[in-house]
Design a protein around this ligand. Structure first.
Ligand code: NCD
Length: 311
């Protein structure tokens, strides 16, 4: 089986169709570790992974940590709020100091787009982007691809509608590249003030009309309204937003039969998604969380030089 030729995972942008398939196949094979009584394999024994988080995170951080533990790596958790970053240390100085301790892999989440790319150039360790500003979130797209492939049996030919605060989302950028590269028909939708037309260059079709995006969609992926990244008013009120772009039971009545609902979390119940929809049996939000651990295990496993696994 093939192996990954990259030193780092910086974005979906750099991955070929074969790379994506390799990661998804390996993730599928590693998923069974979670079902074992002893949830551990020795693959990364003796390797050190640093988790460098400069932005808040619940799912991504715990998912990476579990993935690393299940692969038997030694872990160093570094949280910016309790580190020398608060004393004015630059990102590069922090990275060089961590490098001096010889880590094998550095997982980084940072508020600035391009921060992982900078580390990738400067560090010997493999760098994994766990979300850089409004740019990319490659492991989220990989776990989303794994979730859809598991449920639908394929990615090509599916209609994937991604709806919400497109402008501030790194998830939509990585997902658009991944799903369109894998042959899906990607529609990106949001209020005109939050819908950059450049998404058409990434292979998506864009529309401000939710009905058009949802029409015949096999996958409906909702995005969180990113209040923390909005420094101006992009829509009049949360209520107005919910009435135009919220996924409600009413709207789900006209969805294609068998359509699944996804969300990267954290969800704003009652804003972009109605509670009853988030908790319905067609919602696969928690499958995404479970698949996140397997997808991250696969990335760490392959970046450590191992050949891929067959599902
Ligand atoms: C996403 C993120 O941080 O970009 N969350 C996540 O990683 N699960 C999406 C979001 O914050 O809305």
């Amino acid at each position: 089986m093939a192996s990954l030729s990259h030193k780092d995972l910086l974005g979906i942008e750099q991955l070929s169709v074969e790379d994506i398939q390799l990661i998804l196949d390996t993730a599928e094979a590693l998923r069974e570790v979670a079902a074992r009584p002893v949830k551990k394999v020795p693959t990364l024994r003796g390797k050190t992974v640093v988790n460098l988080f400069f932005e808040p995170s619940t799912r991504t951080r715990s998912s990476f940590e579990l993935a690393e533990k299940r692969l038997s790596a030694d872990i160093l958790n570094f949280s910016a709020s309790t580190s020398s970053v608060t004393k004015g240390e630059t990102l590069l100085d922090t990275a060089h100091n961590l490098e001096a301790m010889s880590p094998d892999i550095i997982v980084i989440r940072h508020q600035s787009a391009g921060a992982p790319h900078l580390l990738g150039r400067e560090c010997r360790a493999s760098i994994v982007n766990a979300g850089d500003g409004m740019h990319e979130h490659p492991t989220q797209a990989l776990l989303d691809g794994l979730t859809v492939r598991t449920i639908k049996g394929r990615l090509d030919g599916l209609k994937v509608a991604i709806i919400g605060d497109v402008a501030h989302s790194r998830v939509v950028r990585s997902d658009t590249i991944l799903f369109s590269r894998m042959g899906a028909d990607v529609w990106v939708c949001g209020p005109p003030t939050l819908l950059p037309w450049e998404f058409e260059k990434l292979g998506a079709r864009t529309t401000p009309h939710m009905e058009e995006a949802m029409d015949g969609a096999d996958v409906i992926m909702m995005l969180r309204v990113q209040h923390e990244r909005q420094n101006e008013a992009f829509f009049p009120s949360a209520r107005e937003y919910a009435s135009l772009y919220g996924l409600t039971r009413e709207r789900m009545r006209s969805a294609k039969k068998g359509a699944i609902v996804m969300h990267p979390g954290p969800i704003n119940r009652g804003v972009e998604i109605e509670s009853e929809v988030a908790d319905a049996d067609y919602s696969v939000i928690l499958n995404q969380v479970s698949n996140g651990v397997a997808a991250r295990m696969a990335v760490l496993y392959l970046l450590s030089g191992n050949s891929g696994l067959e599902p």
